[in-house]
Every structure is written in structure tokens, then in C-alpha cells.
Design a protein around this ligand. Sequence first.
Ligand code: ZN
Ligand code: ZN
Length: 316
Amino acid sequence: MPLTTYTMDSFTSPNYTAIADVMLPHTQNTYWHEFHEISKYNVQLNYFERLWAAWYAYIGNDVLATGIMSFLMHEFVYFGRSLPWMIIDRIPALNKYKIQNQKVPSAKEQWDCAKLVLVSHFTVELPQIWFFHPMAQYVGLKTSVPFPSLFTMAYQIAIFFVLEDTWHYWMHRALHWGPLYKNIHKIHHQYSAPFGLAAEYASPIEVMFLGLGTVGIPILWCAVTQNLHILTMYIWIVFRLFQAIDAHSGYEFPWSLHHFLPFWAGADHHDTHHEKFIGNYSSSFRWWDFCLDTESGPEAAKRRREKKMAKAKKAQ
Ligand SMILES: [Zn+2]
Ligand SMILES: [Zn+2]
């Protein structure tokens, strides 16, 4: 009996429901069939672990299963997280929280930005995602169930945050060097008052280099420790996307995270970078800019002036 029994008609017929109900050519099972089979024989797995295992069994090709999941996750999180900021931009009552509140992006500006980001996702990111699974397998990244413990995921993600921030600081600072700025980084600085969607509005070369901090660091960690699950990596990437989009949001609220965690960078830190074009190079934390005296903005300039004056007084 042929396994492929689907024609175009089956997809347009009223009986057609969802992709999860489709039998793929390699299997006679739908996604939910796989899920029930796995649930029957793996009672020790939790619900999410069963959903996960069923996805890999259903697709039947690990490269494809990881590729589709990674791409969709990125799109959902990127546009899903940017959407609330676009709505906030259209609410005048919230304008008082906008850092550069005279520069609210127009709907057209946001749409133009979204188009470029989408083109880059499909042409640059999608082909790279295809290399991800083989590379991940090569370094021993786990894709199986059960998932790692919450503690393991939490400490690994904390390490990735610190290491990525370091990578980002030095790479971003390098991108502000004349020739690199002119040829690569200038695109990202098109918006002097950033908005959420502009987080990945950048040259593909920049996305690749800075992206190495997000993807390359966990891969390196896995190669060295042989202890990393792809789920931990996904959760890390979701957090990192939230961080990048929120840092570009242009909004500073009394409840913004950096009021409670003074070393957290947030929008307050990165908005100034876009406004002044210099200083505040790191992504998640403030310590690199603080220690290396590259903080941007009027407060940092005032501190620098005071320091200089104190020095001059001492020398007299
Ligand atoms: Zn920059
Ligand atoms: Zn930026």
C-alpha cells in the first residue's frame, strides 16, 4: 500500500484539519498517534517531554525536526515579543514612558523594518539553521528526553548570559571602529530612537558575528562539558531575544528590571547607545562599560568631568 496518499485536494477539502493530523510519507501515524504511542510506553515522561518526543518521531528526520522547530520558535518569539511594543507605540497615554518620546516610530517605519528583518530571516538565517543540527550532534548536544533538571538549565543559562555579554561588548565595540562601522554596523544605527522590531535590523554579517555569541557559546560549552540539552539552548535563546527586543523597545518604566538589578542593562542603557552613537556597548549587563569607562549619556559624561576636575585639583 502506498504510504503517500495525499493530493492537493486533501489539503483543500473540508475534511482537512491541521498539520498534526497529516500522515507524513515515512509514517502511517499522525502527530497525535505518535504522541499516544509514546505516552503508552513512556509513562515516566512528563507531558512536555512526550510532546517533544512525538515531534521527533513524527517528523522522522532529526535535522528537519530541529530546523523547523528552531525557525518557527525564532519567528514566533521575535514577532510575538515585538507586537506588544508596537501596540504600546500607538497608545498616547504611555508616551510619557518613552525615553526619546518625541520620536515615536510610524507604522510605515515599523513595517519597512519588519520586511527587511523577514527577508534576512528567510535568506540568511534559514540556510544556517540547516547546519545547526549536524553541528549540534557533532558536539554532543542532547535532543532526547527526559529533559535536564531546572537547576541545570538555570545555571547554564546564567553562564551563557555572562559570556554572551562579554562577547557582545568586544564585538560591538569593534563594530564601532571606522571601517567596520561604515561597512557593516551603520545599518543597525539607522534608527537613532530604536523600537522592538529593530533589534535584528542589521547587516547579515553583523547578525552572524553577534549571533555567534548567542549560538556559538552554548555549542562551545557543550563541546567542552558534554552536558547541554537543546531545550536549555532554546530557553536561553528565548531569554536572549526578549532581552534584545526589550533593550530596543525605547521604553523605560518605573518597574523596569534595572531598577531592581542595577547591573542589568535594559532599554535605558541601549537607547542611549542609539541616540549618542558611542558608548554602552554591552548587551545584558552594565559592568563592562562601567569598568572600561565606556558608559554613554549625560550622567556618565558628568561623572567623567567630575573625575577629571578632581584629578586636576589633586595635581595643583
Ligand atoms: Zn552600535
Ligand atoms: Zn541596537
